[in-house]
Design a protein around this ligand. Sequence first.
Ligand SMILES: NC(=O)c1ccc[n+]([C@@H]2O[C@H](COP(=O)([O-])OP(=O)(O)OC[C@H]3O[C@@H](n4cnc5c(N)ncnc54)[C@H](OP(=O)(O)O)[C@@H]3O)[C@@H](O)[C@H]2O)c1
Length: 223
Amino acid sequence: MEKKVFVITGANRGIGLELTRQALNQGHQVYAGARKASLELRDLADRSSGALRIVDLDVSTDASVKKFADAIDSDHVDVLINNAGYYADQDTAQTVLDSLNTNAVGPVRVTFALMAKLKKSKSPRIGNITSQMGSIADNSSGGSLAYRMSKTALNMFTKTLSLDEPNVIVLSLHPGWVQTSMGGARAPLAPQASAEGLLTVIQKSSAGDSGKFLTYNGKDLPW
Ligand SMILES: NC(=O)c1ccc[n+]([C@@H]2O[C@H](COP(=O)([O-])OP(=O)(O)OC[C@H]3O[C@@H](n4cnc5c(N)ncnc54)[C@H](OP(=O)(O)O)[C@@H]3O)[C@@H](O)[C@H]2O)c1
C-alpha cells in the first residue's frame, strides 16, 4: 500500500486511537490530534520510529486548531479523519451549543485549516465520523437532542463540502455502535472492527461516493 499522510482527531482513546494504530500498521505517516495524549497513544508514538506524531488539539477553539495545523510539517495531507466528538448527557441550550461547537464546527475548523494541504494530495479524502443518530429519517425515538443536532449539522457539512470541493472525497461515516467510553460496554462492535471498516471505506471510495452518508462497512444510510 502506498504510504499516505493521515491526520486523525480525538486520537487518544476509543475509535480514534484504534484508527491511529491501524493506519500506522498499514505503514502510513500519522499526525494524531489529542487534547491530552494517553499512555497508549504515547506508547504507539514511541514505537513508531517517527511515523506517529502527537499534536495538541482541542477542536472546540480556533486558536488550538490554528496551532495544530501550523504544527503539521508535511507539505500535504492525504487523509483527514474528523473523529473527535462528545455526547452530552443532558440537553440544554448550552449543551446544544457545546455539541454543535465540538461535533460540527470542530470538523469545519480542522478541515478549513488543512484544506490547502489536502489539495496538495493526489487523492485527498476526508472522513467525518458522524452517527446514525444524526439521521433525520431514522429518528423514531427522539432524545439525545444536542448530539443528534450536532451530527445532523456535520452531515450537512459533508454534503455541502462534497459539492464545493469536487476534487476532495468527503464522507459522513457512522462507526457502528462501538465499545468505547461513549458507546458503553453493551455495544456489539469492538473498536478494532469499526476502525478496520472505516479505513477500508475511506481508502476504497471514489469520486462518485463523495458526499455520501455510509456505515463503517460501506452501506448507505438515509439522511
Ligand atoms: N462509540 C459509538 O458507539 C459511536 C457511535 C456513533 C458515533 N460515534 C462517534 O465516533 C467518534 C469517536 O467516538 P468514541 O466512541 O471513540 O468516543 P470516546 O471514546 O468518548 O472518544 C472521544 C474522543 O473525542 C475526543 N474529543 C472530545 N472532545 C474533543 C475536543 N473538543 N477536542 C479534541 N478532542 C476531543 C476525546 O478526547 P478526550 O479524551 O480529551 O476527551 C476522545 O479522544 C465520535 O465522533 C462519536 O460521536 C461513536
